[in-house]
Design a binder for this molecule. Structure first.
Ligand SMILES: Nc1ncnc2c1ncn2[C@@H]1O[C@H](COP(=O)(O)OP(=O)(O)OP(=O)(O)O)[C@@H](O)[C@H]1O
Length: 771
């Protein structure tokens, strides 16, 4: 039977079972099974992967879903790599199965199962197969051959260029023989007891199965399957390691950091991939690239106390998922080719006998909805391998019906995949996605706050218990709240309309409005979806409906679209964002912000029809930007510098000039920041509440400290004077030394003299008394 083809990049999360002694409070929930979406309530963040394996998942299931198809691909000539990464003690070694002394057959890890599969696999074409193995480890930035019988630690291997030299490659003829070598290698591995794992691997181990296949048509392919057990990331504060284990920890974290950087570069199609930063990345260069099949199993702990490490592992996994691989077959010179070299100096034609093996079936193409920013719990899982929402949390959450969630996520995902957006500049696209995040983020906050009220909880509980298919959240109330919010914010905007071009933010907004007024950036699919939700009233109808309202939207003078769209599919022909002052009603229509449409069904997802999401998004975003204290602070200083640099000249300059770009990007960062800031976490909210009573300067300083303590590399880079290297240094420093008590603790970073620190303070507008 043919197995389901794997995607080029497969990412799974495996949650380690808790032991009896461990505290049962959990930091992870599965909010959806299909697609698998994990939710980390503390952050709060959602993650979308190919598989999420709960505590009860078996080794067999993981092997079948994540590795078994690779055996076929390797025999066809594709390189494949399976990684396990994660915090120390979360089950990487157990999953990869480098330990051959496991007694229960069901506990056998991926390596022994893969070896069995290699020797049991039967091709249709009776090809000749030659299998050999190597087993190496990278310990303290040195490479050791684990298959040497004498003590390998005496003889680290030489690494020339990006390749380790002179390790054994043992030919094996059956799985028993192969497992014998696995035993030898495992015996030679560096392990040590730490606070978090009695037998912690202190190295990255790479078990490689090489497979040379001579196909019936005389072609020879040669490929390999790497099974990599990465050393566990560890917080030295938690492990309490000292002396040599401390140094090991530092090297482990450095190796993992460089793998993370390689993955980031690969997922962003960077021109330079930093393979040379550490030994592990240089050795895995031919596996960590976009020409291989890659499976990553991110092992995590669901313990609340491990939430920081868990979120780091999940973020890493998310980066890997963004890699866009195109596996290539490794063709070796076939017999025919060797015998007829002249033929191969000419371009290949269809009649040439040197053929590529049949392409591997294209992996699943179904679009997976993007991460949902909503705190939802879907129907209970029917799959035993998937973690069910913890009972302890279910009381504090209500669910939207899945139709609601999918409606929102459809809109969001369609918008993000919108092909017409490809015509917009990257900056505008970024703006649109920021706007979308802002809209969804705000909606999420409203939903959460709605759910927090006791009556709503009671209400939703009752719904949960009573009615299976009806929405558990009083959606109409949420809708009203959204509507109210939008109304007030738009009203504010209108009253401030006369000052619409006075700040750089507003300038950008008006530019974007102008771009968008040339046509909706949404696909037809989204347009029809929106039409379905909003209705397709003509502007005139809307105008007559909405005479009494104070907000006016300009109908663009330009035709919305060149392409003709069937009337049924058209969105209201109102420029979604051209908000003008009421006193200059140039072909304007007014929109009611509280116009209610009759509901067809009680459980229908129903947008407030007051305006298109883009209007609401922009309005929300704009008001978010206006209300953001820290932004005001930045804006103030920016304005000052703009004045100094001759503002009029700047305004006339091209939008692509560096200064404008910087301003724009800074502005654009803010809404994304809104989505991701710690301000959205429970701890962050408490902090923000406290902050609100502080002066803006204190609040700003706190915000900077929070970013320093919990921001990832990208987040840290939003601080002035912090580049990518420094950001990585801070992350590493934090994982070793813990968080910063005060901003002045930055002084203790290696290489940070007073001068650099002063520059940081000055450029981030931090008051000296507050550091
Ligand atoms: N899914 C699981 N089922 C049963 N036992 C598990 C599971 N995951 C881990 N364990 C057990 O937890 C312990 C730690 O696991 P393991 O050594 O594989 O962690 P690790 O992530 O490799 O740690 P390190 O990075 O420190 O080497 C082992 O005793 C292992 O048997």
């Amino acid at each position: 039977m043919d197995r389901e083809p794997l995607e080029f990049v497969n990412v799974a999360v495996r949650i380690k079972p808790l032991t009896d002694s461990e505290n049962a409070s959990k930091c992870l929930q599965i909010i959806s099974q299909n697609p698998p979406v994990l939710f980390l309530p503390e952050r709060p963040l959602t993650f979308n992967f190919d598989h999420v394996y709960s505590e009860g998942a078996t080794q067999k299931t993981i092997f079948e879903q994540m590795v078994k198809p690779f055996v076929k691909y390797v025999r066809q000539g594709y390189n494949c790599t399976v990684f396990a990464n994660g915090q120390t003690g979360t089950g990487k070694t157990y999953t990869i199965g480098t330990d051959p002394y496991v007694k229960n057959e069901e506990d056998f890890g991926l390596i022994p199962r893969t070896l069995n599969e290699f020797f049991e696999y039967r091709d249709d074409d009776d090809s000749e197969v030659e299998i050999s193995l190597s087993f190496i480890e990278i310990y303290n930035e040195k490479v050791f051959d684990l298959l040497l019988n004498d003590k390998p630690e005496d003889k680290p291997l030489q690494v020339k260029g990006l390749k380790a030299q002179g390790f054994c490659q043992e030919r094996v003829y059956n799985s028993q023989e192969a497992k014998h070598f696995l035993k030898i290698g495992n015996k030679n591995r560096h392990t040590a007891e730490t606070k978090q794992n009695a037998k912690s691997s202190r190295s990255h181990a790479i078990f490689t199965i090489y497979c040379n296949v001579k196909h019936k048509d005389n072609n020879t392919t040669s490929a390999k399957l790497n099974l990599v057990d990465l050393a566990g990331s560890e917080s030295i504060k938690k492990t309490g390691n000292q002396g040599s284990t401390f140094q090991e920890g530092v090297n482990i974290n450095r190796g993992l950091l460089s793998i993370g950087q390689v993955m980031t570069a690969l997922s962003t199609n960077a021109s330079h991939i930093p393979y040379r930063q550490s030994i592990i990345t240089s050795i895995l260069k031919d596996s960590l690239n976009t020409h291989n099949y890659v499976s990553l199993i991110a092992c995590v702990s669901s313990l609340a106390e491990d939430s920081t490490e868990t979120s780091q592992t999940l973020e890493f996994a998310q980066r890997v998922k963004k890699m866009k691989n195109k596996p290539e077959v490794n063709e070796v010179i076939s017999q025919y080719r060797r015998e007829n070299p002249a033929l191969f100096s000419q371009p290949r034609t269809s009649g040439t006998p040197f053929k590529r093996p049949a392409p591997v079936p294209t992996p699943r193409t179904a679009k997976r909805p993007r991460m949902l920013p909503l705190t939802t719990i879907d129907e209970p899982s029917t799959d035993n391998n998937v973690l069910l929402p913890s009972q302890s949390h279910s009381s504090t959450h209500c669910s939207l019906s899945s139709s609601h969630v999918s409606s929102i996520s459809n809109v969001v995902s369609s918008v993000s995949n919108d092909t017409t957006q490809q015509n917009l500049s990257p900056v505008i696209k970024k703006y649109l996605s920021a706007m979308e995040s802002s809209l969804m983020g705000k909606l999420e906050l409203i939903i959460k706050s709605t759910l927090k009220r006791p009556s709503r909880i009671e209400n939703s509980r009752r719904h949960l218990e009573d009615v299976e298919n009806t929405p558990c959240v009083p959606w109409n109330k949420i809708q009203n709240e959204v509507s109210k919010l939008v109304r007030t914010e738009l009203a504010q905007l209108t009253t401030k309309g006369t000052r619409a071009t006075s700040s750089p933010i507003e300038e950008h907004l008006s530019k974007i409005r102008k771009v968008l007024s040339y046509g909706s950036p949404f696909t037809e699919e989204v347009n029809s979806l929106l039409t379905e939700k909003i209705g397709d009233d003509s502007p005139e109808q809307l105008q007559s409906n909405l005479q009494d309202e104070n907000i006016a939207f300009k109908v663009p003078d330009l035709p919305l679209k060149k392409k003709k769209i069937p009337k049924s599919k058209r969105t209201p022909s109102i420029s979604p964002i051209e908000i003008i002052n009421k006193k200059t009603p140039r072909r304007s229509v007014r929109l009611s912000m509280n116009r209610q449409r009759p509901k067809k069904k009680s459980d229908d997802f129903y947008w407030d029809s007051s305006s298109s999401p883009i209007i609401r998004g922009l309005a929300l975003l704009e008001s978010t930007l206006k209300n953001d204290d820290s932004l005001k602070h930045f804006e103030h200083s920016r304005r000052r510098s703009v004045r100094l640099k001759d503002r009029t000249k700047l305004q006339k300059s091209n939008i692509n000039s560096n200064v404008r770009k910087t301003n724009l990007v800074e502005n654009l960062k803010e809404p994304t920041k809104k989505m991701l800031t710690v301000a959205d976490t429970p701890a962050g909210k408490r902090l923000m509440q406290k902050t609100r009573s502080d002066s803006p300067c204190t609040a700003h300083t706190r915000e900077v400290l929070t970013i320093l303590n919990s921001g990832n590399v990208r987040k840290l880079e939003t601080l002035n004077t912090i580049g990518s290297k420094t950001a990585q240094q801070i992350v590493l420093f934090r994982s070793i030394r813990g968080t910063f008590g005060r901003i002045s603790d930055l002084n203790t970073l290696p290489g940070w003299g007073t001068k650099k620190f002063d520059k940081f303070v000055e450029h981030n507008f931090i008051k000296r008394e507050l550091i």
